[in-house]
Design a protein around this ligand. Structure first.
Ligand code: NAD
Ligand code: DAU
Length: 351
């Protein structure tokens, strides 16, 4: 095997797309997917590749130092693609300590074990930390986040991710750990857990339930199709500079209300409902505490230095996403009922 890679959080939304890409594109890489299988982790996301000869799943917690040390000793990883995190802003508002634990302590645990395991030969090793544009705070109506934008996290989630980014850079500067980082804007696509805006609204439209819009729906997000995100990670992993950070974004800004109206329109047509039916489900609700107004990424460094560009127009990506959810109602039903735990027990009983 040319590389032995630890992917953390590979059973989550972005992690499952990343794992699929690396397992199928690089048959000469061994991929070990470590995931705690929290409510957000789902092995059904990886059904199509679970029997691939270069793939192995391990259930475990990134905050468990002894377990992580044993895993490194067993597999002799030369790279880490670190995706595992608590990822939902609303949950961070109700339970900030869970975010400190996984996102900060978990990241430092992985850094510490990687440093100790690689201390005799750092050459050729890569610790890639997957992060978010939310560390930069909130924009006004103008401007973009660049790699030089000062950190200004404003939710417990973004504060925990900012902290983890600082630790990753500290391990590079202090111990020469070979790190790479990327900070990406909002992702969407298949396997997105239906607590997040787009899959939540798709699920509710299917079931004729209200579509909760926080505040006035004027907040702006920059949406990127998840397969474009993991393609960018692939490029940065192989061609990006050690010690550097790359912003990833779609140049695709939508207010929440405009986005949800586009979703309603497309789903009227796909569900054979009269035009305007789904929009009647829109319901304005109390705003998220500390709700960031606008995120928008300047991804020109990634384009100019490494040649990456988003491949999909948003309307097309959204259409593909809706089609996937309509074709996978069983997946949606399992993740909303918690039944996917049964899948795990059946598949991995006694292992
Ligand atoms: P997700 O919530 O869908 O998945 C997270 C995964 O991590 C799950 O499989 C979960 O089981 C696992 N996990 C959680 N705690 C763990 C622990 N202690 N030990 C081991 N595994 C654990 O998240 P996502 O949306 O796929 O995000 C993945 C990464 O990308 C995160 O670091 C997030 O900050 C970052 N990110 C997400 C977005 C986005 O729009 N979703 C955008 C930019 C960056
Ligand atoms: O920017 C990258 C980030 O994008 C990632 O780091 C996070 O992990 C990811 O969850 C996402 O964060 P957001 O808070 O932007 O995503 P969410 O889907 O939760 O919300 C998108 C916007 O929609 C936001 O302005 C809040 C609003 N919203 C969300 C929900 C769940 C609503 O209006 N109603 C809702 O029910």
């Amino acid at each position: 095997m040319k590389r032995t890679i630890l992917i953390t959080g590979g059973a989550g939304f972005i992690g499952s797309h990343l794992t699929r890409l690396f397992v199928t594109k690089y048959p000469d890489y061994k991929i070990v997917n470590l995931d705690k299988l929290t409510y957000a982790g789902n092995l059904e996301n990886l059904k199509d590749i679970e029997k691939a000869p270069n793939y192995e799943f391990v259930k475990g917690d990134i905050t468990d130092m002894g377990f992580i040390k044993d895993l490194f000793a067993k597999h002799q990883f030369d790279s880490v693609l670190h995706c595992a995190a608590e990822s939902h802003v609303d949950r961070s508002i109700t339970d900030p300590l869970a975010f400190v634990n996984t996102n900060v302590i978990g990241t430092v645990t992985l850094l510490q074990v990687a440093k100790d395991s690689w201390k005799d030969k750092m050459d050729g090793k890569i610790f890639y930390h997957i992060s978010t544009d939310e560390v930069y705070g909130s924009l006004g109506e103008e401007g973009f986040f660049t790699e030089e934008t000062k950190y200004d996290p404003r939710s417990p989630y973004s504060a925990s991710k900012a902290s983890s980014d600082h630790f990753v850079r500290a391990y590079h500067h202090t111990y020469k750990l070979p790190v790479k980082l990327s900070n990406c804007s909002n992702n969407y696509g298949p396997y997105h857990f239906p607590e997040k805006l787009i899959p939540l609204c798709i699920h509710n439209i299917i079931n004729n339930k209200p579509l909760p819009i926080y505040g006035k729906g004027e907040n702006v997000r920059d949406w990127l199709f998840v397969e474009d995100h993991v393609r960018a990670i692939d490029v940065i992993f192989h061609k990006g500079e050690i010690g550097e950070t790359y912003n990833i974004g779609g140049h695709n800004e939508w207010t929440n209300i405009a986005l949800v109206k586009e979703l309603c329109k497309q789903m009227d047509s796909k569900l054979n409902r009269p035009a305007g039916t789904n929009e009647k489900l829109i319901t304005y609700v109390t705003d998220r505490a500390g709700h960031d107004l606008r995120y928008a990424i300047d991804a020109s460094r990634l384009r100019d230095e490494l040649g990456w560009m988003p491949s999909l127009q948003f309307e097309e990506g959204l259409s593909r996403t809706i089609d996937w959810y309509l074709a996978n109602t069983e997946w949606l039903q399992h993740v909303t009922s918690g039944n996917y735990q049964k899948y795990y027990e059946g598949m991995y009983a006694g292992r």
